[in-house]
Design a protein. Sequence first.
Length: 390
Amino acid sequence: MKKHTGLILLISLILALAGCSQVSQVFGNKTVRAIPLKPLKKIVTTRKTTAVWQIRTGSAMGENKIHPFIDDQAVYVAGATSVSAWQKDSGKLIWKTNIGEQISAGINGSYVNTASIYIGTSRGNAISLNAKTGKIQWIERLTSQLLSVSPEKDGRVAFRSIDGKLHGLASDTGELIWQRAQPTPVLTLLGASVPIIVGPLVISGFDNGKLAAYQLKTGTPVWEVTLAFPRGRTELERMIDVDGNIKQLGNAMFAASLNGSVDGIDLGSGSLAWSKKFSSYTGVSGDPHGLYTTDDKGNVWKLMPQTGAPVWSMDDLQGYEPTLPVLVGSSLIVVGDKKGNIHWINTTTGKFVARNKGDSGGYSVEPEVDGNTVYAIGKSGILSKFVVQN
């Protein structure tokens, strides 16, 4: 296990360094050609975006991809060894809890009436906290480092671990109810797609290029589909992780894989409706009018949901490792980058309309959208609230 974890961290380091310089980076017998940074274009601001507040949470996440969670009252963030809740309106601290070990997964909670939030740690501990007080409610030791957590529904929450397992736990007690596993390649990216819940199913991506659906209550397999097959001469080229966002729209699902494809999938059967060669570790977002994604070079794309055909692509963020683009209303997408910029892009034209400065440590997870408000947590733990004027 130590060897596997070290290789994962090595790949994370390689990808983090790619784009920082035009010089090739060499690790052992593996050479990775860096993607040169393009100077950011000056833009003519056509939409007013305001940074309402920016606070230091004290929870630096580093290379762990820990998503913020939002409910009616608070924004919950985590990083290093602490979890905290912040008032949405004022940015004032509600509570902060020290977990005592490195947090590596989360945050997620219930679709409605958030009573608990869930995180995971690098030691393999699944943890539930009271959303109002931050008090730890239960801790369940699982098999290995945890990478992502599903929402909670119908008394279940699912944790994805670094060894390719998906664990279904009772959300009120932490009891392990079921466990499913997929084979894990020797080399994988550091991270995992957040499992989503659709009706009675929990759906998760895996590092072997598969997307699989299970019954949330029992873990019974329902279907699985292969999005990518290992190709290439080197282990780097053969990495096929499904690590990014999985998007459901009606009876369709959309996902993307590294060194593989972006795919439209029938939710009922798991069969592929369409598949386009593509390489992404951020996944897919969007609505019935368009899918949005970034590729591994940093290009931003809009695709047709019905066919996967490109509507537009934008290469201005090559080398900046942009996050997944997420919709703000119907006319804008917002994306963060490794330099700490928050970019606002018109969904019709694919052009910048505004830019803000956020966490100078950069962003590894996408901003969270709440109406016309956007919350973004950066690698060094700065939480920012932005508002778009209509």
